[in-house]
Design a protein around this ligand. Structure first.
Ligand code: NAI
Length: 331
């Protein structure tokens, strides 16, 4: 039976697709040494974000033919090493877009309506908070969207069409796609930070974007403005954000991601009352988790049953090398 390694247990619906067809095992840990041992005789790996498939692991797994990611990102796979060995790296673009976009909208609404403060006050018997007028309306407010890819575009659409917000977008690569939308694109991040009532981040962590939200940009925001991050913690100068939040130089923040995850227990963000936090859980809805496991398992099933998996991230490199994109001898 073909051996499949799971870097971590997957949702039972995904498991079901593998049962009876494959010999499925789970890696004992995400440590490289354990993965080398666990992967040495497997033909497929289903990879969650808990582990990294390094060149060393790939080179110690002579039978490995396919690595199937349960998400869109392949930053935890040495794709070059896999391509050199003719191994398919499959991913799932857009599998959790709706979940992440909804989470960003939820953070925006939570901040606008000051739900954390309201909830605390009611529990503490401070009913008079209802007269404090700390909540705001979103209609007509400016949402600055950084990164108009699949998630950013969805957040813009939901906030524009559903909530009546004005969209100010910054994305040097995708402006053309939105020429028919009533969105204003700016070529300068400074303008976006200066004008937006809410800023939401949706670009990847790359050497160009790391630390892109600088102290200067944060301090250029209106004192009534909020920042929401469901992309990556590394995009923001976290120390500067904490300073600005403490000094009330901005009104608040909604954060699903942090520079260090989980954040250290002494991280000051955990003590501030003008932030709402979630544990990098934007994608982890029931629906998206089920889809992530079933579609990642399906890619493995398709490959070994002689069909080309739907999304092959390194397809170009594999074609150049003349690698077959499905397994010919059925099992
Ligand atoms: P995508 O690849 O569809 O879109 C990314 C967009 O960022 C592209 O339009 C690209 O042109 C733009 N971009 C690249 N460099 C930029 C720059 N310097 N300035 C402005 N825009 C730039 O990616 P998608 O699916 O929309 O995801 C966005 C990010 O969300 C991911 O990279 C990931 O970090 C994060 N994410 C977070 C999750 C969570 O659980 N919190 C789950 C899934 C994704």
């Amino acid at each position: 039976m073909i051996k499949v390694l799971l870097s971590q247990e997957i949702h039972p619906e995904g498991r079901k697709l593998l049962e009876g067809k494959f010999d499925v095992r789970i890696a004992p840990s995400a440590a490289e040494a354990d993965l080398i041992e666990a992967a040495k005789d497997v033909e497929a790996i289903i990879l969650r974000t808990n582990a990294k498939i390094t060149r060393k692991i790939i080179e110690s797994a002579p039978k490995l033919k396919i690595i199937s990611r349960t998400g869109a990102g392949v930053d935890n796979v040495d794709v070059d090493a896999a391509t050199e060995k003719g191994i398919l790296v499959c991913n799932l673009p857009a599998v959790n877009n709706v979940s992440v976009a909804e989470h960003a909208v939820a953070l925006i609404m939570h901040l606008a309506k000051q739900l954390s403060a309201m909830d605390r006050a009611v529990r503490e018997g401070k009913w008079s908070i209802r007269n404090s007028n700390i909540a705001v309306e979103l209609e007509g407010k400016i949402l600055g969207v950084i990164g108009m890819g699949s998630i950013g575009a969805l957040v813009a659409k939901k906030c524009h069409d559903g909530l009546g917000m004005k969209i100010l977008a910054y994305d040097p690569y995708t402006k053309e796609k939105f020429k028919d939308c009533d969105y204003e694109f700016v070529g300068d991040l400074k303008e976006l930070f200066r004008r937006a009532d809410f800023v939401t981040l949706h670009c990847p962590d790359t050497p160009q974007t790391r630390g892109m939200v600088t102290r200067d940009l944060i301090y250029s925001m209106k004192p009534t403005a909020y920042i929401v991050n469901t992309a990556r913690g590394t995009l923001i100068d976290e120390k500067a954000l904490i300073d600005a939040l403490k000094e009330r130089s901005i009104a608040g923040a909604g954060l699903d991601v942090f520079t260090e995850e989980p954040p250290d227990k002494d991280n000051e963000l955990l003590k501030l009352d003008n932030v709402v936090l979630s544990p990098h859980s934007a994608a982890m809805t029931k629906e998206a988790t089920t889809r992530m496991s079933t579609e990642a398992a399906q890619a493995v099933v398709d490959y070994f049953e002689g069909r080309q998996p739907r999304y092959i991230f390194n397809i170009k490199g594999l074609i150049e090398k003349g690698v077959e994109l499905s397994y010919k001898s059925r099992f």
